[in-house]
Design a protein around this ligand. Structure first.
Ligand code: GN1
Ligand code: MG
Length: 355
């Protein structure tokens, strides 16, 4: 606590920090809610520099993107705002980590799972608006904060590398999971190929579009802004759309041990698709047509990443119990299977909403 207060004293806050409490549920960074002696609130975050190896590039990305958005919105609550250090830096290095501060978005909430289709529709509006606001931002000027983040063929390359090393001898116990992933490699690599040959446009993408990364107004539940901009990079709109379906259109938890509880909710699929299409009318015909493939690809890729980390000895995702990454992998497999079983319905919903 005292160390954190010390770190906070470096930033240009209104008042002096007096309280700092852990908040949020991310697997990667640590987030704290800060209060100063005049009652102002802020968000302090420790950037995980093992994952984000270039905090300078990362913070420059966030500064450029949030400034671009701030120029387009009516209220400051609709754009995230970085609080610089007293000497004008975007972050501060201490205790072996990079630290940054954001304005707190007052009277806002973020949801962990969609209680209603209306809330999920609004979160789609949040992410769709983000894409739309950044259509005229030069995507290729951004740093790749995690190179090849949603390059699915490259995720397969890493998977094979880890499988060959099999440092803890875990591969033998997960043969069914390994086969599941390998059987779908070609289909899961299509979006990356289409980006590479420019059939899909390169856009500014958020790349981590879980529901809890959209701030909603606490009373109206209307979308305000999106947060967690560390993975903002050049990419495909299908990454953003697909990862939202993966993370929030499913029943059950991402780490549910009982995968019978994990199913694709077609009502939620419809709600998100509708909101995203409304808020981001600039999508191409091919992007719209491939929305179900976006959902499939992001889900399979995430499952592959969990399985890779499990076999590798759980170095990347924070784990809280034995086999945690394997449980997560299995929920993603169940969801992929469910998408395969409901493929025609997914395509029909997209077609209907595009009319
Ligand atoms: C990680 O830390 P968090 O929960 O925002 C991961 C995402 C995964 C997600 C799965 C930088 O996100 O890609 O989809 O876990 N973020 C990074 O829960 O790897
Ligand atoms: Mg994240």
């Amino acid at each position: 606590m005292n160390d954190l207060i010390q770190i906070l004293s470096v930033f240009a806050l209104s008042g002096n920090a007096v309280r700092c409490e852990k908040t949020g549920e991310g697997h990667i960074n640590c987030t704290y809610l800060v209060q100063t002696d005049n009652g102002t609130k802020y968000i302090l975050q420790r950037i995980n520099t093992a994952v984000f190896k270039d905090p300078v590039g990362l913070m420059n990305n966030i500064a450029a993107v949030t400034a671009h958005i701030a120029n387009k919105v009516a209220s400051p609550r609709e754009a995230l705002h970085i609080i610089k250090t007293k000497d004008g830096q975007l972050f501060y290095t201490a205790m072996g980590s990079a630290w940054r501060v954001f304005d707190y978005v007052y009277d806002s909430i973020c949801l962990q799972s969609p209680d209603t289709a209306a809330d999920f529709y609004e979160s789609a509006v949040g992410f769709g608006t983000f894409s739309q606001q950044l259509l005229d931002f030069p995507a290729d000027s951004l740093s790749e904060t995690i190179p090849n983040f949603h390059n699915t063929p490259d995720r397969y390359r890493i998977f094979r590398e880890v499988l060959a090393r099999d440092p803890l001898g875990r591969a033998a116990g997960v043969q069914a999971e390994i086969e599941f992933m390998l059987a779908r490699e070609e289909q899961a690599s299509r979006i990356t190929r289409l980006l590479e040959n420019k059939q899909l446009p390169l856009r500014v993408t958020h790349n981590d579009t879980k529901l809890s990364n959209v701030m909603l107004d606490a009373s109206t539940h209307k979308a305000l802004c999106v947060i967690d901009l560390d993975t903002v990079m050049p990419g495909s709109a299908l990454f953003d759309y697909g990862d939202a379906i993966r993370s929030s259109a499913a029943s059950g938890r991402e780490d549910d041990r009982d995968t019978s509880r994990v199913n694709l909710r077609l009502d939620m699929f419809r709600a998100f698709t509708e909101g995203y299409l409304r808020a981001c009318p600039g999508l191409t015909e091919l992007e719209k047509e491939l929305m179900p493939l976006g959902a499939f690809t992001m889900t399979l890729e995430c499952g592959l990443r969990f399985l890779t980390d499990y076999i590798d000895g759980d170095h990347y995702f924070a784990v809280h119990r034995e086999g945690h990454n394997l449980d997560r992998c299995r929920t993603q497999m169940k969801l992929v299977t469910d998408m395969e079983d409901n493929w025609q319905q997914m395509c029909d919903i997209v077609k209907e909403l595009c009319k």
